[in-house]
Write a protein that binds this ligand. Structure first.
Ligand SMILES: [Zn+2]
Length: 258
């Protein structure tokens, strides 16, 4: 910890809820469970029909299983505001789409933790369910659905710590990519030039994201195209993604960003 600096203690960032568009407003700690009360960081008071500003008419609560901290299941209690437009009478409630998909029982953080637990830590679904504080069935359904969505075909197994080469974890620690395009460039560079795999595929990139415990892009294929448009990748073939000379220069010369 050579350059350690400290920010004020902040449960929102500690629980990685800022990434999900949530702000913590309360906590209830029980011996075997923590409940974190949150609201959306950016309220949505603008009428979806006429654009007028509406007033909040109370809230409803949505529970989401989040990643556990200290082996204690952490549940998010998200208070979603209800709105009614005085101008046209339209009513709606806030959607927490950055936090979870529409009918999901797990937050995106909980889902990422569950996938990492399967792929990296080789935990069983029973252990994952216990970690999340949900039923086996809920955990299993969520993991299968997300796994299928992320890794549409069976991911080719590959070694993220190849013998005699810089491991993925060490490479991430060295390059410290922050934004999505940099993360994609670092993934492809590591796959092709460090691990010296014959091809880089979108599934391998998703696996590297999971291994790095980065927030997964909601649509990895579309995100790959965005990194291409930024000039870093050639992704005409998602089963054979290449780094452009601009992408290579970015990874080799410009990261970590100063
Ligand atoms: Zn309206």
């Amino acid at each position: 910890m050579s350059h350690a600096t400290f920010a004020p203690a902040d449960l929102t960032t500690f629980c990685r809820l800022d990434e999900l568009g949530l702000t913590v407003v309360g906590q209830r700690l029980e011996p075997d469970r923590a409940v974190i009360e949150c609201r959306l960081t950016d309220p949505d008071p603008w009428c979806h029909r006429c654009g007028a500003q509406a007033r909040s008419r109370g809230t409803l609560a949505r529970r989401l299983a989040h990643e556990p901290f200290g082996h204690r299941p952490t549940t998010l209690l998200v208070r979603l505001r209800r709105y009614r437009c005085d101008h046209c009478g339209h009513t709606w409630r806030e959607a927490a789409r950055r936090a979870a998909s529409d009918r999901a029982k797990l937050s995106r953080g909980g889902l990422r933790w569950a996938l990492a637990s399967i792929v990296i830590d080789h935990l069983t679904v029973s252990r994952i369910a216990a970690g999340l504080g949900v039923s086996w069935h809920t955990a299993n359904t969520a993991v299968l659905a997300e796994g299928r969505r992320m890794l549409i075909d069976q991911p080719a197994r590959f070694d993220i710590s190849p013998p005699g080469k810089t491991s993925w974890a060490d490479f991430v620690a060295e390059k410290k990519p922050v934004n999505m395009n940099d993360k994609y460039a670092v993934c492809v560079h590591w796959l092709l030039d460090v691990a010296e795999l014959p091809k880089a595929t979108v599934n391998q990139i998703v696996t590297l994201f999971i291994a790095a415990r980065w927030t997964l892009p909601s649509d990895p294929r579309n995100q790959t195209s965005q990194a291409s448009r930024a000039g870093y990748l050639d992704s005409k073939d998602l089963q054979d993604i290449k780094l452009t000379s601009m992408g290579s220069a970015r990874v080799l010369n410009d990261l970590p960003a100063k």
